[in-house]
Design a protein around this ligand. Structure first.
Ligand code: GDP
Ligand code: MN
Length: 388
C-alpha cells in the first residue's frame, strides 16, 4: 500500500525525524494562506500523487511570492500529472504540499527496503542524491553503500556512522544524520514498511539534515497490525479496475496485453500467463477467481475483463478441485447472458465434474472455443487475439 508524501511526513514527525515545515492544501487560496503562515521568501509547491519523478514531470515547483504559490497551486490541483512512474494517463492531483523553501548544500539518497533474496531489511545510501537511484545503480554501482540490518539489533550507531562516513559526512552534520537514519529505521520497522525512500536527504546551508522527500509503502500483509494505516488509502490514486475487482473479491492485476484470463488459483493463473507468453501472446490481466467462486463472481470478472477495450479474447482456465467445473460452467453461461460477449471465449476445463461442466457449455450454444490442454487453450487464444 502506498501513501502520499504529506502523510509520510506526519509519520516521520511522530518519530521525531526533523522535516522542513509544510502543510497540505486542497485549493489555491488555501495554498497561499499556508505559504503566508509558513513565512519566508521561497516555497516548494509539490503535487501529491502516488508516484516519483514528480520534479521532472512538473509536479515540484519553487515559488518566490505568495501570488506565485497561488498560481502554481491552481495549475497543479485538478491536473493529471504524468511522470516516468505513472504511465501515459498520469495520476490525478487533488492536493499540493506547500513546503518552506530550503537552501540545499548537498543531497543524498537513502532507502530502506526488503531484500527478499537475503531475507533481510537493507539500507541503501548514496552521495548521488536527487538523482534516479536506478541510474546510479547502473552507471556507478560503487557509489551505493549497502548495509543489511539485523531485525532485532536495528540499525546500530556504528553502522550508521560507517554509512555516513562513506557518504563523506563528518562532525556535527554526521551526528545529526546518524540520528535521522536510526529514526528512519525505527519508522520502517514499526510501521511494517516495504519501502521507505528519502530522495533527497539534504544538508541545508545552515547545517540541518532533513528528508526533503518521502516515499513510504506499507507491507499489505501486515496491514492488520496497523488499522490506522488503512485510513490513509487514497482510492483516486489506484487503478479503478483493480479497485472494482478487489471489491468483488477477486485477486486482479491489470496488465498491458490483449488476452484476458480467468483462472482459479494463483499458481495456475501464473502458469496460464506464462503459457500465453510462450505462444507469443500477452496477458491483459492476472485474475484468480479463488476457491469459492459464485456465478455472481464470474459475472463480475467478465464485466471487469470486458471493460478494457484492448481485450481481444478471453481465456478461461479452470482446474476443478474444490471448485467444481459445473459451477464455473454455470457461472460462465450466466455471465455471458448478463454481459454481451463481444470477443471470442476459449475455455479449458479439467477436473471435478468436468463432463458435466462441458455439457452445460455445449448446451448453452454459446460460441465457445474449447480446448483440452493448457497449451492448446493458450495457442488458440493467441491465434484468436491475432485475428486468425
Ligand atoms: P520527486 O521528483 O517526485 O522525487 O520529488 P522531490 O520531492 O524529490 O522533488 C524533486 C526535487 O525538487 C528535489 O530533488 C529537490 O532538488 C527539489 N526541491 C524540492 N523542494 C525544494 C526546496 O525547498 N528547495 C530547493 N532548492 N529545491 C527543492
Ligand atoms: Mn524525490
Amino acid at each position: 500500500m502506498k501513501i502520499h508524501e504529506y502523510q509520510a511526513r506526519e509519520i516521520l514527525q511522530n518519530f521525531e525525524v526533523p522535516i522542513p515545515a509544510g502543510e497540505v492544501a486542497e485549493n489555491a487560496l488555501e495554498a497561499r494562506e499556508i505559504a503566508q503562515k509558513l513565512g519566508g521568501a521561497v516555497w516548494a509547491v509539490k503535487a501529491q500523487v502516488h508516484a516519483g519523478g514528480r520534479g521532472k514531470g512538473g509536479g515540484v515547483k519553487l515559488a518566490k511570492s505568495l501570488e506565485e504559490v497561488e498560481k502554481i497551486a491552481s495549475e497543479m490541483i485538478g491536473m493529471r500529472l504524468v511522470t516516468k512512474q505513472t504511465g501515459a494517463a498520469g495520476a490525478p492531483v487533488s492536493k499540493v504540499l506547500i513546503q518552506q523553501g530550503v537552501s540545499i548544500a548537498s543531497e543524498y539518497y537513502v532507502g530502506f527496503l526488503i531484500d527478499r533474496a537475503a531475507q533481510s531489511a537493507v539500507l541503501l545510501a548514496s552521495s548521488e542524491g536527487g538523482m534516479e537511484i536506478e541510474k546510479v545503480a547502473a552507471e556507478n554501482p560503487e557509489k551505493i553503500v549497502k548495509v543489511y540490518i539485523d531485525n532485532d539489533e536495528g540499525l546500530t550507531e556504528k553502522e550508521a556512522m560507517s554509512v555516513t562516513t562513506q557518504l563523506g559526512m563528518s562532525g556535527d552534520i554526521q551526528q545529526k544524520a546518524v540520528k535521522v537514519l536510526q529514526r528512519l529505521w525505527n519508522v520502517f520497522k514499526t510501521q511494517d514498511c516495504s519501502l521507505l525512500e528519502i530522495n533527497p536527504l539534504i544538508v541545508t546551508v545552515g547545517g540541518e539534515v532533513y528528508p526533503l522527500d518521502a516515499k513510504m509503502n506499507f507491507d499489505d500483509n501486515a496491514l492488520y497490525r496497523h488499522p490506522e494505516s488503512e485510513a490513509l488509502i487514497d482510492p483516486t490514486q489506484e487503478d479503478p479496475t483493480e479497485l472494482e475487482a478487489h471489491e468483488a473479491g477477486l485477486q486482479y492485476i491489470q496488465l498491458d496485453g490483449n488476452i484476458a484470463c480467468l483462472v482459479n488459483g494463483a499458481g495456475l493463473a501464473m502458469a496460464t500467463m506464462d503459457t500465453i507468453k510462450l505462444f507469443g501472446g500477452e496477458p491483459a490481466n492476472f485474475l484468480d477467481i479463488g476457491g469459492g467462486a459464485t456465478p455472481e463472481k464470474v459475472t463480475a470478472a467478465f464485466k471487469i475483463m470486458l471493460s478494457k477495450p484492448e481485450v481481444k479474447v478471453i481465456l478461461v482456465n479452470i482446474f476443478g478441485g474444490i471448485m467444481k467445473c459445473d459451477t464455473i460452467a454455470e457461472g460462465i453461461v450466466e455471465a455471458c447472458k448478463a454481459v454481451k460477449l463481444t470477443v471470442p471465449l476459449v475455455v479449458r476445463m479439467n477436473g471435478t465434474h468436468e463432463e458435466l461442466g462441458k455439457e452445460i457449455l455445449r448446451e448453452s450454444k454459446l460460441p465457445i472455443v474449447s480446448a483440452n490442454t493448457l497449451g492448446e487453450a493458450a495457442e488458440k487464444a493467441v491465434n484468436l487475439a491475432k485475428g486468425n
